[in-house]
Write a protein that binds this ligand. Structure first.
Ligand code: DUT
Length: 227
């Protein structure tokens, strides 16, 4: 990207494998380093696809795309048949014990881990301990916190967490993200209010982008699930 920018897209279209209809159309988007963008729109509008495009997972068919290295937090958390430690350090094998402790605390998972039979060395997955949906989500966040990329792409980062936990985790996420650029695909108000700008996407097109302080920004927030 241009100096000072994390992302620049011009006239990008993209197709999912095996589909002959563009999932993203005429996408123009520039994101400055350190800027936070929320992407909202109906189910199927293309929010997750835009994150996949920015992560390099979904190729651009036309147009030009430049993005700094990014970490994608998807809606689904993959768990491996390994200890909780192993499930965490796959994000950074060199992380120190203190760092693991810090990211578990920041993800709101420390008390859960301390209550597990072998703590951080408890085995997860089949034959081991199962995690609740909320615990899996928080493990995914702890993994994200270990990834030092300048751009984080978050797909509904606090979906499935109860309101109080979600707000707590969002506060820590915001602090951990200091200096990084964020793109947050969401339909929940609490996740969009931490953004500097909101992009509305429908039918694979960006319809509108508004900035905090503008009336359109408040209107966009009003479309979201209160929480
Ligand atoms: N799609 C595919 N293949 C995929 C993923 C998505 O064909 O591997 C289609 C489904 C949909 C469109 O692309 O018609 C956009 O999907 P996306 O998941 O990007 O939409 P969303 O805005 O993220 O929806 P949601 O809010 O339900 O997550």
């Amino acid at each position: 990207p241009l100096p000072g920018y994390a992302v620049s897209l011009a006239d990008v279209s993209a197709f999912h494998e095996g589909s002959n209809a563009a999932v993203l159309k005429d996408i123009d988007l520039a994101l400055r380093q350190g800027e936070r963008l929320a992407v909202i729109g109906s189910s199927g509008a293309g929010k997750s696809s835009l994150l996949a495009l920015l992560s390099g997972e979904l190729p651009a068919r036309t147009g030009s795309i430049a993005a700094t290295p990014a970490t994608l937090l998807t809606q689904r958390t993959e768990l491996f048949e390994d200890s909780l430690r192993g499930n965490l350090t796959l994000a950074d094998p060199k992380a120190s014990e203190a760092r693991l402790h810090d990211v578990l605390a920041a993800a709101g998972l420390l008390a859960d881990v301390e209550a597990m039979p072998q703590g951080i060395d408890t085995r997860l997955g089949e034959g081991g301990l199962g995690l609740s949906g909320g615990q899996s989500r928080r493990l995914a966040l702890a993994r994200l916190f270990l990834r030092a990329t300048p751009l984080w792409l978050l797909d509904e980062p606090t979906e499935g967490l109860d309101g109080a936990t979600a707000r707590d985790v969002l506060g820590r996420l915001s602090a951990m993200a200091a200096g990084r650029s964020l793109v947050i695909a969401t339909h929940i108000r609490r996740e969009a209010v931490i953004a500097d700008r909101i992009a509305v996407i429908e039918g694979g097109r960006i319809l509108d982008v508004s900035r905090r302080g503008e009336v359109a920004f408040e209107k966009a927030l009003d479309r979201l699930r209160p929480d």
